[in-house]
Design a protein around this ligand. Structure first.
Ligand code: ZN
Length: 382
């Protein structure tokens, strides 16, 4: 294990302890050798990340030295860039969210204005929190679309107007503007990493998070590590699975993709094509109509649920995760779509698989991608 990973493990152990921590309790929690724990903690105290406090001597011998996080520690920013919303979180080293904000995704104009819009969003959000950029350690940006995380390049993101071929050097440009360490990640990976670190099934080492909203995409954790995807190998794009008999045009340019039928925006179009004017403007409207017994809404959502369940059952069978976590606007606890989908997914899987796998809707809610981005940046730059 590298020194940086040991340092992060020790910080995580201190942050997650209920009572005060000490070198002894850190050693017990991590299993690291005494000299490793001592060396890393002394370094963290020297860097003013931790503060030492002398406890009362309770028995003969040395009093215990307790460790506390320095309240003046630097903070972390996480940004999630999506097709509908841009989200901001400010958090501390314990990953408590101190502030969260969102804005509607600005309309694409040009490359320079795109970077400037992200910079302005970060600065305006920081100003609202009363925090200066000086107080920020590093910034994680998770983006929708096709990302080259190794080089920090946003290759394309059709939902934000970033056309294929643009290849925006997002990391480089944001570093220039912000003069801070910046890490770019893929929203699906950031989302899955947030689930693995902070979600209901935290530390379950084989986990898939599936987002069902405009698109249908999965983030995958294999044996405690995120499956990092690349532009040549964009793993987890479940929504672009070909469905025989589906002739609808997909945003990717092909016809017949899963999300061209059952993605959020597609459902509204399908409703219009089948039934004319319905008054439904988003997937949620269709779901509410189905809950009220509207047979047209029920038909559309039942088909979408069946197709989604079929594709996700293949993914489960391929990889057999211990937990499956759902995010995105279409996954609502009492929703018609989600419950129909769940029933079909369980039917499509062998009984023992369906029974042993833990399945639920994410408890992290809408800021998951942003907090995951902040965490990935922390792990890179701490
Ligand atoms: Zn497609």
């Amino acid at each position: 294990m590298s020194d940086s990973s040991v340092k992060i493990r020790i910080m995580d152990a201190i942050c997650s302890m209920d009572g005060p921590s000490s070198k002894k309790s850190v050693r017990q929690a991590t299993g690291f050798a005494w000299n490793t724990v001592g060396r890393i903690i002394d370094g963290l105290v020297q860097d003013k990340i931790l503060i030492e406090k002398q406890g009362e001597p309770t028995h003969p011998g040395r009093p215990i030295t307790y460790l506390e996080l320095n309240p003046d520690n630097k903070l972390l920013v996480g940004i999630a860039l999506g097709g509908n919303w841009w989200r901001f979180v400010l958090c501390n080293y314990s990953f408590d969210i101190l502030h969260e904000y969102k804005i509607l995704t600005p309309k694409w104009k040009d490359e320079t204005k795109f970077y400037k819009a992200i910079y302005d969003f970060i600065m305006a959000s920081l100003e609202k929190t009363g925090t200066s950029l000086k107080a920020i350690h590093c910034i994680g940006i998770a983006s929708a679309g096709n990302i080259d995380p190794e080089n920090g390049v946003l290759v394309s993101a059709s939902t934000m107007g970033v056309k294929p071929g643009l290849r925006l050097p997002l990391q480089q440009e944001m570093k220039k503007l912000l003069k801070k360490p910046v890490l770019i990640s893929i929203s699906t990976v950031a989302c899955a990493w947030a689930e693995y670190k902070f979600g209901e099934y935290a530390e379950i080492r084989n986990l898939i998070s599936v987002g069902i909203s405009i698109g249908i995409r999965a983030g995958i954790i294999i044996d405690g590590k995120p499956l990092i995807t690349s532009p040549d190998r964009p793993a987890g794009s479940i929504g672009h699975t070909y469905i025989p008999g589906n002739k609808r045009q997909c945003v990717c340019g092909r016809k017949g993709c899963l999300e061209a039928f059952s993605g959020g925006r597609s459902l509204v179009k399908v409703a219009g094509e089948l039934y004319g004017k319905t008054g439904w403007e988003c997937a949620r409207d269709i779901d509410l109509a189905a809950q009220d017994g509207d047979i047209r809404a029920k038909n559309i959502l039942t088909r979408a649920a069946r197709l989604d369940a079929m594709c996700i059952a293949f993914v489960v069978q391929l990889y057999r995760p211990e937990a499956l976590v759902f995010t995105g606007g279409q996954c609502v606890e009492d929703g018609f779509f989600y419950n129909t989908f769940l029933e079909k997914l369980k039917r499509f899987l062998p009984e023992d698989v369906a029974a042993s796998m833990r399945i639920s809707i994410s408890k992290i809610k809408e800021y998951g991608n942003a907090i995951g981005a902040a965490r990935l940046a922390f792990e890179k730059y701490f």
